[in-house]
Design a binder for this molecule. Structure first.
Ligand SMILES: Cc1cc2nc3c(=O)[nH]c(=O)nc-3n(C[C@H](O)[C@H](O)[C@H](O)COP(=O)(O)OP(=O)(O)OC[C@H]3O[C@@H](n4cnc5c(N)ncnc54)[C@H](O)[C@@H]3O)c2cc1C
Length: 367
């Protein structure tokens, strides 16, 4: 997401960009696939029309916990689209913009040459050199650039379902969020008439369900009858769920090296429940490109980005922690009143100064 966004913006400014993506083709990723108004704005700027890709408009949110549920309109336009479809469109746009895309090759290491260039060593031993690197490996850390451990040991799952017709009609244009002991989850429609169930849970709670998806799914439904109702008669569409671990929620990178701009989840990891990581990925990419074009050094950029995101990250963290406890589950209707407001505020706070004050400068030829 962030890597494509940055490379498209740079290529459109005439820079020579190579995008190295380890997957040979877009695939399903663990993600709730909720696109906030902010994310939609950024995608539009990149030339991505999510409606033409079949995105489902989302206009309200339902929050449920134990036997309670409440509903509120979303304070901004939103949509839902599979990451596979979105990533496919972004890669196509990058190629169209003139980015040299190398797919199915992963960067194993980043180092400095004697002449001060960055050197990326690929999985087949080949190397690529450039004066500037945008590090956008998402949840996956490069050796030497690892983010801290995730103390809560989150595990996230995603599974697609074909819901029973009556349940699909009920879900329609809603994003439904569930709170349960040790985590939270969301179900929402995506293109193709199917629904995405995405959930995160702390490892210790997963262990209580025998570390098995089937038992965990059953436990979620037991703790959250609303989910049990939605999934009654539903058909799972993947042979097994997609899973990911090591999600250092709340992390913000404070420092970096000269010529190395860290963006997306490599810059900041906002709690999925209250924040919107795709928007942050696109936003940090846009800010990094603006900083680069303005000849702002990477360390200065990273420090300013951290300052700009700090309040939002703290707010999102507090909201996620606040909602994920038994008291919050008990006072759910109040939580629901607060939650869209929190989303609106966090979305607004994501908007840090954009391309303001960019001065014309001499640019290096290759990135
Ligand atoms: C459970 C969960 C639910 C979420 N739900 C939502 C949601 O509903 N809405 C939302 O806005 N955000 C959501 N997010 C957050 C969102 O998914 C991320 O913040 C966003 O994808 C980050 O974008 P990115 O570009 O940093 O990373 P990614 O989109 O993950 O892209 C990283 C890319 O780098 C590639 N890569 C990795 N390592 C290498 C390597 N060594 N060499 C070459 N390529 C490499 C990967 O293949 C991948 O394509 C959720 C996150 C989680 C964990």
């Amino acid at each position: 997401m962030a890597g494509c966004a940055a490379s498209i913006a740079l290529a459109r400014k005439g820079r020579r960009v190579t995008l190295i993506e380890r997957e040979a083709a877009p695939r399903h990723k663990v993600c709730g696939e909720f696109l906030s108004g902010e994310a939609l704005d950024d995608l539009r700027l990149l030339g991505i029309d999510v409606a033409s890709l079949g995105a489902v408009p989302i206009d309200h949110v339902r929050l449920s916990a134990a036997k309670r549920a409440a509903e509120a309109p979303l304070p901004f336009p939103a949509a839902s689209l599979t990451r596979k479809a979105l990533d496919t469109a972004l890669i196509a746009e990058a190629i169209h913009a003139g980015v040299r895309v190398e797919r199915g090759r992963s960067v194993q290491a980043l180092s400095r040459t004697e002449s001060g260039m960055w050197q990326a060593t690929l999985n087949d031993g080949a190397t690529r050199e450039a004066p500037t690197v945008f590090l956008a490996t998402g949840k996956h850390d490069l050796r030497g650039y690892a983010r801290p451990e995730d103390p809560q040991r989150w595990v996230a799952f995603k599974m697609y379902f074909r819901l029973a017709p009556a349940q699909a009609a009920e879900l329609a244009h809603a994003s439904e969020l569930m709170l349960y002991p040790g985590g939270y989850g969301g179900i929402q429609p995506v293109e193709g008439g199917i629904a995405n169930l995405c959930s995160v849970v702390q490892q210790k709670y997963l262990a209580r369900a025998g570390n098995r998806w089937e038992s965990f799914l059953a436990k979620m439904q037991q703790d959250c009858p609303h989910l049990a109702m939605r999934l009654a008669g539903a058909e799972p569409l993947l042979a097994k769920p997609i899973a990911v671990t090591h999600i250092p929620y709340g992390y913000i990178r404070a420092t970096t090296e000269k010529g190395l701009y860290c963006i997306g989840d490599q810059a900041a990891v906002i709690p999925s429940f209250t924040g919107d990581g795709i928007s942050i990925a696109l936003h940090t990419a846009r800010c990094a490109v603006a900083a680069y074009l303005a000849a702002e050094s990477a360390p200065l950029f990273q420090a300013s980005l951290r300052t700009a995101l700090l309040a939002q990250m703290r707010l999102a963290g507090l909201a996620a922690d606040g909602l994920n406890n038994s008291f919050a589950r008990a006072v759910l209707p109040f939580c629901l009143r607060v939650w869209p407001g929190v989303m609106r505020v966090t979305a607004k706070l994501t908007r840090v100064a954009q391309n303001a004050g960019v001065a014309p400068i001499q640019l290096p030829a290759e990135i």
